[in-house]
Design a protein around this ligand. Sequence first.
Ligand code: PMP
Length: 374
Amino acid sequence: MKGRKLLMIPGPIEFEPAVMQAVGMATTSHVAPDFIESFGHSLEMMREVWMAPSGQPFIMAGTGTLAMDMAGSNLVEPGDTALVVSTGYFGVRYAELLKRYGAEITLLTAPAGEVVSPQEIEAELKRRQYKVMTFTHVDTSTAVRVDPEPLGRLGEKYGVLTILDGVCSVAGEEIRQDEWKIDVVLTASQKAVGVPPGLALMVVSERAMQAWRERKSPAGSYYCDWSHWLPVMKAYEERRPAYFGTPAVNLVCGLEVSLGLILKEGMEERFRRHKRIGKMFRETMKSLELKMIPVSDDVSANTLSAILYPGGVKAADFMRSISTSDVILAGGLLPELKDKYFRVGHMGAVTAGDILVTAASVERALKECGYVTG
Ligand code: PMP
């Protein structure tokens, strides 16, 4: 190893050296011309990465939860109806968050490892008129991947604003925001976007911006209110200085480099590479006769995997053994299954070599815990 361990958790991830170099440069003024250029250029590149040529991008200092908060607080008013489609921990978080802004929530929850079918969702949309619907592309607690396309189209058909939590998917899993008619696609920097933690990112459709303009009351969060931030985003894109809150200058410089690398790889190739890597990792786990939380390959994320401990292996023993290896992995997150599984992130700059090192470390740790295959 290179004097340090390989970070294979579902965010933060291993970052490209060029990104770290940009983040480590001397901090400049947030209204310096070269910084305005980096910010404006990043906004433009986000439209390409999100595949949302007509969308309004936002770059904020904050985490993925702030991105969820920004979409929620701007699009929901007290008494609005919200349908939350949950495939794990982060779906439940969205329901709690929207409740704070006075939404009447209906929660459709899939059993762990499964998705809520589009048919079930459509039946609910027929039953009641909703203002917004949220769904998680990849729930990081279960490694379940939802197909966002039919849900975006259902939102359009029933006049419901759709919010995709893409924190564990944007720039890894396939997303075509405009084509799939998804109103908000949000994420955070530390995952497949490939920048250290601290940026909340999203692209918003014109339909959602219009719904926000038609609000009867101001957004419930002072910090998140788009009336503060929209003029700043527009100014930076027009290469003019503007201020509401100080941007995370160094992280934005890293973002410009990372988005450039992502576009250089090309979105189609990036989606294909994540599919390849995801499948490769799942195959290595299957070869160790291990089972995953997602019930099938069709609903398995390509950005991370959630692997069940085989009989007899205890979470604490496995994590202790892994801590002496060359890789860093994550434990379980879903409260009801927390000690039954572990998680491996494989997104962004990940290579096939990283997958092999990780699989070998998992095999060794399981062996130390007494697990024998075959
Ligand atoms: N949604 C999903 C799907 C996530 O994976 C995460 C982070 N693991 C979040 C939301 C919240 O992001 P953050 O931790 O950056 O606030």
